[in-house]
Design a protein around this ligand. Structure first.
Ligand SMILES: Cc1cc2nc3c(=O)[nH]c(=O)nc-3n(C[C@H](O)[C@H](O)[C@H](O)COP(=O)(O)O)c2cc1C
Length: 563
């Protein structure tokens, strides 16, 4: 569909930040129309989830696992139960804290944070769970909406048991999690560039789910075969009658979570499963998030141009990656990480993940820790990377500022061997291309102080200069869209968000902190790298350092029962 590709390019170029001009937005915050942070479905029965005290625990015992070992396959994965689903959601998408400013002044402002980050803390991503009947949840197989504010599942659809058995073929050892996105939540603040941020946030949420599923003892992966229209039917977001005044949700992706291999039933029977869901009994009306809206038609256009009709993906490709750089990268990651990683509890890392708002501008990290973080984002054929069905398209251009025994400068970490030649051909500046590490394909492009440059291209944000390093995520753009179609535009951002989430966790594990940076000047970044066309495009920035805490803020637990 050449028309769709044109629309993608038009949107992508049209939402670039330039030195002289930011991508179109209102230019001010219309507080009167600020979207509510949480969606609920009025009238839907609610089921509290573990670890809330009123939720049934049965005999569920969460597996204790360190962050260092969290992605190792579990030897005794638990069955799918209500408390295990609670454990999964709490540590992937649940509230990690409440923050307050002005406590005791009579003018307190509070806001919540979640395990998954979000541009502007606006959280456009909604999650739906589909499972067989489970004690502690609905008596029938069901579709639920996850409400992170209360850590409950809201019952959206009770599915006829016979229809479920026929189409899910008794595979109640797996569950499905569908993610959707409410574009308005991000567009309210960021205008036309918001579609990009919604995709980043989805990538973060996917990685958060994969990490939390791994802690539970399960594996998780994307199921690309489902057309987006079937996802809309599965989650009920195509039901006009339930969204009368409510902002619509965009179907985004489906993840299968469980043990062993993804059941063929979930891959092949989307028609049967959606028919069973359509015929089910539906509950609840979606809440309206804002009374007034601004229509950003550019977002509607790119959403339309990137709709996914589902894709044929032979089962092995769900788990198979091209071995990168002459050896299993998993082994490289471990070799690099052995001495630097903490043995901290994995779930504690998920709960303590935060974005830094400022770095101290002086501390450094050991070279070994730096390389270990980079090793952790090198793809391999097991979790977390096996969750993504495509070969890696995102490469890192690093501005190294304060890493012991690493000369400051500009570096490149290609994440796929196949991309090295085209990166080199596209980066037209006279770079050094010097090997900079023994176990990962890190190369030094140029030596020198890159602090001012890094901050400048990241919309003049000091966090890009004051940390150990910051980076741009450089996507193989044209080739990916050509190979996988316009809908893959979304996937490129998903991969960037996914890489970002792993870096966030790695930073916490190293006793540091990270921040995703969606605000950067697109073409000036390309200029730094000598990129002249759309072969590669920078899709996300990121920074890691030692945080400076804001002492005016008070922190409270995510849920009252954790106080
Ligand atoms: C896609 C994305 C883009 C972001 N862009 C920026 C940015 O440009 N500057 C910044 O200071 N923080 C940025 N952040 C951090 C968010 O503001 C932060 O995630 C949000 O406030 C929630 O806080 P938390 O990460 O501590 O949970 C970004 C986060 C994401 C996920």
């Amino acid at each position: 569909m050449p028309g769709s590709s044109d629309a993608v390019l038009r949107y992508h170029d049209g939402t670039k930040h330039q030195f002289q001009q930011f991508a179109r937005s209102l230019g001010y915050l219309d507080w009167a129309s600020q979207p509510a942070p949480f969606r609920s479905f009025a009238g839907a029965p609610c089921f509290p989830l573990f670890p809330a005290p009123e939720a049934p625990l049965a005999d569920y015992r969460p597996r204790a696992v360190s962050f260092e070992e969290v992605f190792e396959p579990s030897e005794s994965p638990p069955p799918i139960t209500a408390p295990a689903i609670g454990d999964l959601l709490r540590h992937a998408l649940g509230l990690s804290a409440w923050k307050a400013i002005g406590r005791g002044t009579g003018r307190e402002t509070r806001w919540s944070l979640r395990c998954n980050p979000s541009s502007g803390n606006l959280h456009p991503t909604e999650a739906y769970v589909v499972s067989g009947s489970l004690p502690g949840l609905s008596e029938s197989p069901a579709v639920y909406h996850y409400a992170p504010d209360r850590h409950v599942l809201e019952l959206r659809c009770a599915i006829d048991s016979r229809a479920w058995s026929e189409h899910a073929r008794g595979r109640d050892d797996w569950l499905l999690v569908a993610l959707t996105s409410i574009h308005w939540r991000e567009a309210w603040k960021y205008g036309e560039r918001a579609f990009r941020y919604c995709q980043h946030d989805l990538g973060h949420a996917m990685a958060a789910l994969v990490a939390s599923a791994s802690a539970v003892g399960w594996r998780a992966c994307l199921v690309p075969e489902w057309p987006q229209a079937s996802l809309a039917a599965l989650t009920g977001i195509d039901r006009d009658e339930d969204f009368v005044d409510a902002e619509r949700e965009e179907p985004s992706c489906l993840m299968a979570i469980g043990q062993g291999d993804v059941p063929g039933a979930f891959v092949e029977s989307h028609d049967g499963l959606t028919a069973a869901v359509r015929a089910g009994e539906w509950f609840g009306r979606a809440s309206q998030l804002s009374e007034h809206h601004v229509q950003w038609s550019f977002i509607d256009e790119v959403a339309e141009a990137t709709r996914d009709g589902g894709r044929e993906c032979p089962p092995p490709s769900l788990a198979q990656f091209r071995a990168s750089f002459g050896g299993p990268a998993a082994a490289l990651a471990k070799a690099g990480s052995a001495s630097a990683r903490t043995t901290a509890d994995a779930r504690s890392m998920f709960l303590q993940r935060r974005s830094a708002v400022a770095f101290d501008g002086v501390s450094s990290i050991p070279r070994e820790t730096f390389l270990s973080m980079l090793s952790a984002v090198m793809p391999h054929d097991s979790a977390p990377w096996s969750a993504l069905w495509w070969t890696p398209r995102i490469h890192l251009a690093l501005f190294v500022h304060r890493v012991d025994d690493v000369v400051p400068g500009l570096y490149l970490l290609p994440r796929d061997r196949e991309a090295v030649a085209s990166l080199r051909a596209s980066m037209t500046r006279d770079f050094l291309w010097e090997t900079a590490a023994p176990d990962i394909p890190l190369v030094c492009l140029a030596r020198g102080d890159a602090q001012r440059l890094a901050a400048r291209v990241s919309c003049d944000q000091e966090i890009a200069a004051d940390g150990f390093f910051s980076l741009g995520m450089i996507a193989a753009f044209d080739s990916s869209l050509h190979e996988c179609g316009p809908s893959f535009y979304r996937h490129l951002f998903w991969e960037a968000g996914f890489v970002g989430q792993i870096l966030y966790l790695e930073a916490e594990a190293a006793g540091a902190r990270a921040t995703g940076i969606g605000c950067y000047y697109d073409d000036p970044v390309h200029d730094v790298l000598g990129l002249k066309d759309h072969a590669f495009q920078s899709l996300y920035h990121f920074t890691v350092g030692t945080p400076v805490e804001d002492t005016r803020l008070t922190t409270m637990p995510g849920y009252t029962w954790e106080g």
